[in-house]
Design a binder for this molecule. Sequence first.
Ligand code: NI
Length: 397
Amino acid sequence: MLDRIHALTDDAFPEVVRLRRALHRRPELAFQEHETAALIARTLREIGIEPIEGVARTGVVAHIEGAQPGPTVALRADIDALPITEATGLDFASEIDGRMHACGHDAHTAMLLGAAQVLHALRADLAGTVRLVFQPSEEKARGGASVMIKDGVLGPMGGHGGPERIFGQHVFPELPAGTLGVRAGTFMASADEVYLTVRGTGGHAAAPHLLIDTVLAQAHVLTALQAVVARNRPPGVPSILSFGRVQADGATNVLPDEVRIAGTFRSMDEDWRFRAHDVIRRTAEKTAEAFGATCEVEIVVGYPVLRNDDAAAAFARETAVALVGADRVVDLPMWYASEDFAFYTKQIPGAFTVLGVGNEAEGITHGLHTPRMTVDEEALRTGTGFLAALAARQLAE
Ligand code: NI
């Protein structure tokens, strides 16, 4: 089976590269992926697969039915881009100002279409069904995954049963092209947005005794909040609280009425995550109060902790080793990024893996979500073969 997957992947590879470049030229933001969805549907029809369009607005679902009956396994790609202005200088760079596939979702989509071609050619040997999930809006909370689930992507659909397992992968410029990374258990963080508004009484900076100094109060609030992670976090539960925006619109001689602060809280444990929200609230409110100010706390709950099912991750690892050899398979540490794939693995067993796309010799080292991010396209051969092998081996078992 793997030899055939290698050969079929080599056949599909030029088309995968062509599709990735076509998608890269035309990046679309969350839930606006109309051209992208149309390209996906058209490509599936060309292969001979009938797509179900308009799932979660701009998502596409399709099925490859094996010759024998059996379970359903799902493969997911996210399809949206980011509000970033591209600076790669590639000849297939974004044609849309201020939009860029800077998280590799163009590659994810192209690889899943490539895997569809491979699996369609293998369907006589499959016992069961492969569900292809092209999901919109990974980048924007609350994420397209939860909408896809609401629209039934984990249940029976198009005459096919719901998937027993789901797999997805993400490109990863920090690993050399063609390596595959897997982690069992807790893998990626939950991510919640934290907004604080410290209010007091502004006025002349030379008369602080008559005012309530919001700038000083917020400095203490920010400092005190680090104690939430340092002092309340259970040992062994990784967690981060970072504030990237502080806006105090005063002047050298003017104290402002309010200061606005925004940050992110990330955790690798769902229980601690929600307990931490309470401690963050209490600490911010009471610290501000000590300075005569008030602090309004708003926490926007984002993606959950991504937990890979142990058996599904072990299966993905075995498949990776069989496909590319043990020396190109990496056991990953936890990753503090967040992913709405976590919504799927909360519902059914699955594994989210990474594909190395970096190439130092060619200067392909820029991180995800940056204007010069790109991928070594040779890695897409590995990623396409891996997706196909996961599904094919799952349905051959
Ligand atoms: Ni991404």
